[in-house]
Design a protein around this ligand. Structure first.
Ligand code: GLA
Length: 384
């Protein structure tokens, strides 16, 4: 048991007694395929070795008692009083419980202690990690034998209904299905997936956290989703068989969207390009062609920044900086955007000196601290 698991176990014992089980679910990185999941496209995420941990035990009434060890906060409610609380961490727990009830799973009250080492608001899916850890833990605790994909659906729906972010399926899927040393190539239309070995010889995956906290719920994320749907609707008038950007071609966009709405055209074109880049990256990974992988990452950032417009000046600064370095193969902003992390593929031997240099440059240019993590690829949701 690692430090976090031991700590929540002890808090649980002190608060409730010695009857808990412990579950964990990880955050994720995404190599490429950003804002493609809710457009029925492809994504290439991987679970990381940072995770949300819960200690959980049954009660013999209908009360739910939640403790966040990291925030020093507690919530007491019941199975019958579940509702979203604006901007509260508790939504990621109660939203999941709500889904269990809505889907008819039989559960009683429970006690839960939560702690996580997935940095919050960094684009590493700290919220999905909590949702998946809770869903997995409840399924185990009440011996419900829920399938992995159902756990993913429960966690995603909790985010929609209690956190108010109409997220795609990528984060929760990666958190449940993650596999050590592998990325997951997921087709978000069919939910078919394939594990792609991430054996990047002598290349480190570094994450640079801008420490600009993104707030997807603030609306821009949902706006992007609507804009993509608007593009689909414009095309649907002429091609009724089209249901998502997955079925759309560049010709259709140029013919039916560009003349009517240039902004919607740019948003939709980005999504088509990103799916293509992901296919190219998978092919390049197979050939160990890290140069091509890197170039596609830079191109992805360009699209996210200029066409999809979900970047920010801090993210752009970090990408422009590493672009000048021959030993950085590629980099881009990661996750929903407007803050959070960049993902960087760097020749391992150069990592230390780059970290030092870019931390100083970032501080001077942006007057903020840069946080740095090395992504190591771990497994999915599990019992500890
Ligand atoms: C957030 C969402 C995901 C996905 C990414 C952007 O992380 O939760 O579903 O849309 O943004 O790729």
């Amino acid at each position: 048991m690692n430090k976090i698991a031991t700590a929540i176990k002890n808090t649980y014992i002190n608060s409730f007694g010695d009857d808990s089980i412990i579950a964990a679910a990880p955050g994720r990185i995404n190599i490429i395929g950003e804002h493609t999941d809710y457009n029925n496209g492809f994504v290439l995420p991987a679970a990381i070795d940072k995770a949300a941990y819960v200690a959980i035990g049954k009660r013999d009434d209908n009360a739910i008692v939640l403790i966040s060890k990291d925030l020093g906060d507690t919530l007491e409610t019941t199975l019958y009083d579940l509702m979203p609380i604006a901007n509260s961490w508790t939504n990621y727990v109660t939203g999941v419980v709500d889904q269990f009830l809505k889907r008819g799973y039989s559960i009683s009250g429970f006690n839960l202690v939560l702690s996580s080492d997935v940095p919050m608001g960094a684009g590493l899916s700290s919220s999905a990690a909590v949702e998946c850890a809770v869903a997995f833990a409840l399924s185990e605790l009440f011996q419900l034998d829920i399938s992995s994909i159902e756990l993913v659906n429960i966690a995603q729906k909790a985010e929609h209904e209690f956190a108010g972010v109409l997220c795609g399926i990528m984060d929760q899927f990666a958190s449940v299905f993650g596999k050590r040393g592998h990325a997951i190539k997921l087709d978000c239309q069919t939910l078919k997936y394939e594990y792609i070995p991430l054996t990047l010889n002598a290349v480190s995956i570094l994450l640079f956290n801008t420490n600009v906290k993104h707030s997807l719920a603030s609306g821009e994320y949902n706006v992007r989703r609507e804009q993509c749907n608007e593009g689909v609707d414009l095309i649907k008038k002429y091609h009724p068989e089209i249901n998502s950007l997955r079925d759309v071609t560049l010709e259709m966009l140029e013919q039916h969207v560009k003349p009517k709405n240039e902004l919607i055209f740019r948003r939709c074109k980005y999504v088509l390009d990103e799916n293509k880049r992901l296919a190219d990256v998978c092919e390049a990974l197979e050939k160990n062609d890290i140069k091509t992988v890197g170039q596609k990452l830079f191109a992805s950032h360009e699209g996210l920044s200029k066409e999809y417009e979900v970047s920010c000046k801090e993210l752009d600064f970090l990408i422009d900086y590493v672009k000048q370095k021959t030993y950085v193969f590629g980099a881009r902003m990661m996750g929903g955007g407007f803050g959070g992390c960049t993902i960087n593929l760097i020749q391992a031997t150069e990592a230390d000196s780059l970290i030092k240099e870019i931390s100083e440059a970032y501080k001077i240019a942006m007057n903020k601290e840069l946080s740095i993590y090395t992504a190591s690829i771990g497994g999915g949701a599990r019992l500890i």
